[in-house]
Each structure stands twice: as C-alpha cells, then as structure tokens.
Design a protein around this ligand. Structure first.
Ligand code: TEU
Ligand code: CA
Length: 566
C-alpha cells in the first residue's frame, strides 16, 4: 500500500529509542492499512476469460490488473476459485487447498498474488467455512458410516418416523435436511443439497479449517472475506441458524489461531448483524475481524414476514435512517463496510436509481454518497462502469437460487410473470453477467461462448468508453479513491445526517478537527430546491460532483456534490 509504505518510511526516519519504536508500533496498529483502502470485488467466472472456454479465469484477472491499478483500488476480494463442482458457482468447495481447473492452477494463483503485489494490490480470498461441497473428501467419508472418523465433521440427525427431524428450510428452497441411506440419517444444509453444513462443535473441524487458513496466509494473501460467518454456530435442534450462542467464541478462537498472526484484512459476511454484534465483529482490539459486511440497508425493501422476492417500494427515509445509524454506532468502536452491490445483489443503479435517461448521473450519485461515508468502500466489478440489471428469458439464467425459486413459486401458484418480475428486480444473475471491456463481440470478455449471456447494452456501456471519457463514472470512482487517500477526514470525520426526513435529498456531514465534509445528493429524477444550511456557507471547495455546473438553490436530477469546508 502506498500509505502503508510511506508510514513505514516515516517510522524509520523518526525511530529514536526502543520505547519510541514501541509506541509507533501501537499507533501503526491503530491506523491499520485498510482504513483508507478501497476494495474491488471480482466474480472470477464473469470477469475475463483467457482461453476461450467462455468462463472467466485467473490468467484473465492477471491480464486486467493494470486496469485495476489505474482505478486505484488496494485490494481484490476474489469470490471462490477453489476446486468445486460449481453447484453454487464455487461457494460449494470440494478442496480448499486447490484451484478449480476451470479457473487455472495453484501456480496461476501464486502468480496473481505476486503480480497484484507489484501493483500494491492485495488479494482477499473468500472463505466458505459454514459448509463444503458434498463432493469434499470429508463428506465422502462422512457419509460412508456413522463410525467413520469424518462422520462428525457434519451435522447429522435421525429422522422422526421417516420424516426429517424438523421443518427447517434451506435458503435455496426445500427442506434443510437430506436423507443418506448408507447411514440412515439426515444431514443439515442451510443452502443447497450439495452444500452440507460443517459441524463447528467438533474441534477437529475447527483445527482443519485454521490450518487451511494459515496455509493461505503463508502463500501471501492479504486477507479473507468470510462467507455467511454468522451461520457457523447453528443449533438446528433449536432451529437456530444465525447468531448461535457460540458464534463469537468460535470467531475469537479462529482469529487468534490465524488472522492475528499476520497483517491482514478480514471481513465477515453477516446478514443477521445488528450494531451491537457488529461492534464485536469489528472491535478495534482486533479480536474478531477488521470489519463486518452487514445488509440492513439492502434488506430494507423486504416486508415484515415476507421473503426477499416479494417486492416492496424503497422507503428512502428509512434507508437514510439505517445508514446514519450504522455510521454513528460504529464511530470509534467498530468499522463499517460500505457497499451497494455484490455478486448476490441486483445492480444498484437499476434497483434504486435510474438505468435509463439518468443512468450516468445516478451511478455517480451512488458512488459519491457512499464513498463520503466512514468505513471501507467496496466496488463490485462493473459498478465503476454503471452496469445495469438484465431481463432475460428463463433459460438464460444460471443461478441455482433463481432457478429453484422459479420452480418453487410455480408450484406455489404464482404466475410466471410475477416470478420473472422478482427475478428481474433482485435475481443474483443481474450482477453475474460478464464484465464489459469493450464493444467487440461478447464485450471483450471471451473469444468463445460466454457461460451466461452478455448484457446487450455492452456496446454503449463498457470500460473502453469509460476510460476514454474524462467525465465518466470510472473517473468519478478513481477520484473518490484518491480523495480518501489524500484527506484524513474521510477516515476520521464524525457523521451527521441533515434533513433526515426529507423525502428526496440525502445530505450529511463528516466533521474532523476544523474541517467539514458535506455531501448533498438528490436521490430522485426531479429537480429539488436545496440551499446550503447557513452554518456551512463558508470557505467551501467542491471536491467532486456529477454535474458540470451546480445551480444555486437546486439539486438537479440525481445530482450529488461533495464540499470540503475549512
Ligand atoms: O450468501 C449468503 C446469503 O445468505 C445470501 O446472500 C444468499 O446468496 C441469497 O441471496 C439469499 O437469498 C453467501 C454468498 O455470498 C452466496 O453467493 C452463496 O450462495 C451463499 O453464501 C452460500 O455460500
Ligand atoms: Ca476460461
């Protein structure tokens, strides 16, 4: 990291005595390198294909590192590339210490780590520790007999008179219990049938996982993202899936045995986190993770008692309240991840913005709003181009969740139109279509046939166009990343939401020492009156905006401005 190196340099120059050295080390620990880092998420199968099989791969990623360096990001969160039958696109791992041949080899992976390091980019591996693939060697053993030493690596229960132990459901549809005739027991799976849950109560399982993590740390990875980490301490007999009683005990043990042995970044994925829990996850004492990826702002379009597929309108005031709450709650006692998108979520510009006449303005507005906040920003591949959702015919979809949902809802009596509406709005494949590099066939993603159809708007929306235009969405992201590195207020400023109840405007400040960072954004497509609050009408410098000229007393459709006041 640039910042990290320059810090080291300062450290060397100023070192005077062992005492001084110790105090500097403490300071360094407090200001961890990732505090002003920006992370870019790559979904490998959709990023860049190098060999024409239509599937993105590691050599493809290596060939695009210069692009990422130009964007300015500091780390790549790589969705899983381990050996896997690909039932859930790699979130079903059959060997944690090997790379799936579809993505390359372990040598390619080592080269990626080295090449990224040359560009001051760290690689964050995606750790799926809640479950493995049913084709993992442990599970193949586990299902042979009840006395097999690996049997206890998974969660088994006897049935009740030929039916599953209880009525728990799996995330991807159907019962959470699957019968195995060889052992005459059911195994527990929170996701697909091919993703049996690991038994974290078994200390041997935990030790195996820790050794595997240490093995990756030895290879020089820069960090880990921990998939559904809040679900590892499940207690199915009590129908507990997330936030089990032993959750934080397990995480602390893992952190001590692994992460704390290196200078790495860790981020726990926790759909079920509230601020109290997030303060544990991201405690600055480093006892658990660096930060937490929580989804309260994303999940707010889900109605009470319904599931995520039942569409509800966006409650904008609530969105602001939630984001503000997390900004305030984590201040100095925890650390936020900042994101709108990932590989499980629809494209934000389509979901809550405008992917038609104001696509460019809206994409930039989302960027400016998020990157002004406290935390570590995440950019999901294609977000920096303003990539949009898709509307495909059912047979073009690939995601197991989407396909299972369709089947299940047809059986429940929904009409195909209703189901497709949900899939268009929220299906995970919206984010998984291939990256748009240029306007050549298949968007420069592959020379072959892509594993999933390319979004037809790639001729207009692509990296080549974005790089050529100095006012592009890409360049807004590039500038926001630079601002975070050059202005301490982005890391340290205290957050305050203004006009909390305003139905269209999102306005907030960050205050640090004698500076104020003020962000004002119009979340909608109508021109809205806006005047700077009196107390902020001083010495202001515009750091970034998405319109050439800001009209006094108005915010134009999707306009966003960011000022620094001294
Ligand atoms: O996702 C966790 C999760 O619970 C949801 O995001 C899920 O993907 C779905 O959208 C719920 O409706 C993580 C990964 O990010 C996801 O890709 C995996 O499929 C899942 O875990 C299982 O490993
Ligand atoms: Ca390939």
């Amino acid at each position: 990291m640039k910042e990290f190196h320059s810090f080291n340099r300062r450290f060397v120059l100023r070192t005077k005595s062992p005492d001084f050295e110790r105090s500097m080390v403490i300071k360094m620990k407090k200001d961890r390198w990732w505090k002003n880092a920006v992370i870019y998420q790559i979904y490998p199968r959709s990023f860049q294909d190098s060999n024409g099989d239509g599937i993105g791969d590691i050599p493809g990623i290596i060939s695009r590192l210069d692009y990422l360096q130009e964007l300015g990001i500091n780390a790549i969160w790589l969705s899983p590339v381990y050996r896997s039958p690909q039932d859930d696109n790699g979130y079903d791992i059959s060997d944690y210490q090997d790379i799936d041949p579809m993505f390359g080899t372990i040598n390619d992976m080592e080269e990626l780590i080295t090449e990224a390091k040359k560009r001051e980019i760290r690689i964050i591996m995606d750790l799926v520790l809640n479950h493995t693939s049913d084709e993992h060697a442990w599970f193949l053993e586990a299902k042979r007999s009840r006395t097999n030493p690996y049997h206890d690596y998974y969660v088994w229960r006897d049935g009740v008179e030929g039916t599953p132990p209880n009525d728990m459901r799996a995330s991807f549809g159907g019962s959470a219990w699957e019968w195995v005739p060889e052992v005459e027991q059911y195994y527990f799976h929170q996701f697909s049938i091919k993703q049996p849950d690991l038994n974290w109560e078994n200390p041997k399982v935990r030790r195996e996982l820790y050794d595997m993590i240490l093995w990756w740390m030895d290879k020089g990875v820069g960090g880990f993202r921990l998939d559904v980490i809040d679900q590892i301490a499940k207690e199915p007999d009590k129908k507990i899936t997330n936030n089990g009683p032993k959750l934080h005990e397990y995480i602390r043990e893992m952190s001590k045995e692994t992460f704390q042995k290196g200078d790495i970044i860790t981020v726990g994925e926790a759909w079920g986190a509230n601020p109290e829990r997030a303060k544990l996850y991201s405690n600055p004492d480093n006892s658990e993770f660096s930060m937490v990826f929580q989804f309260e702002h994303i999940g707010l379009d889900q109605q009470e008692g319904k599931d995520k597929w039942d569409l509800a309108p966006l409650d904008f005031v609530k969105l602001k309240t939630i984001l503000a709450k997390w900004q305030k709650e984590m201040f100095q006692v925890g650390w936020n991840s900042l994101f709108w998108n990932n590989h499980d979520l629809p494209r934000i510009v389509s979901r809550w913005g405008n992917d038609k006449e104001y696509r460019v303005e809206a994409a930039k507005m989302f960027a400016i709003l998020l990157h002004g906040m406290q935390g570590t920003p995440y950019i999901y591949q294609g977000e920096e181009l303003g990539m949009t959702n898709v509307r495909y015919a059912l047979e073009e979809y690939r995601d197991i969740e989407t396909l299972n949902l369709y089947k299940e809802r047809i059986e429940m009596g929904y009409t195909p139109e209703e189901i497709m509406r949900s899939i268009y709005a929220k299906g995970r494949d919206n984010a998984r279509t291939p990256m748009h590099w240029d306007d050549s066939e298949h968007a420069g993603f592959t020379q072959g046939t892509p594993w999933i159809k390319v979004n037809p708007n790639y001729k207009r929306i692509n990296a080549k166009n974005e790089l050529a235009d100095e006012n592009s969405i890409f360049h807004i992201y590039q500038k926001l990343i630079q601002l975070r590195k050059t202005h301490e207020i982005f890391v340290k400023g205290e957050f305050e939401l203004l006009f909390a109840d305003h139905p269209e405007l999102f306005v907030y400040t960050r205050t640090w020492e004698n500076q104020v960072l003020l962000v004002a954004a119009n979340f909608y497509g109508r021109k809205v009156p806006f005047s700077m609050p009196q107390e902020y009408n001083r010495n202001k410098k515009c750091l970034i905006s998405n319109y050439d000229n800001h009209e006094e007393h108005y915010l134009q459709p999707y306009e966003a401005v960011m000022y620094l006041l001294e």
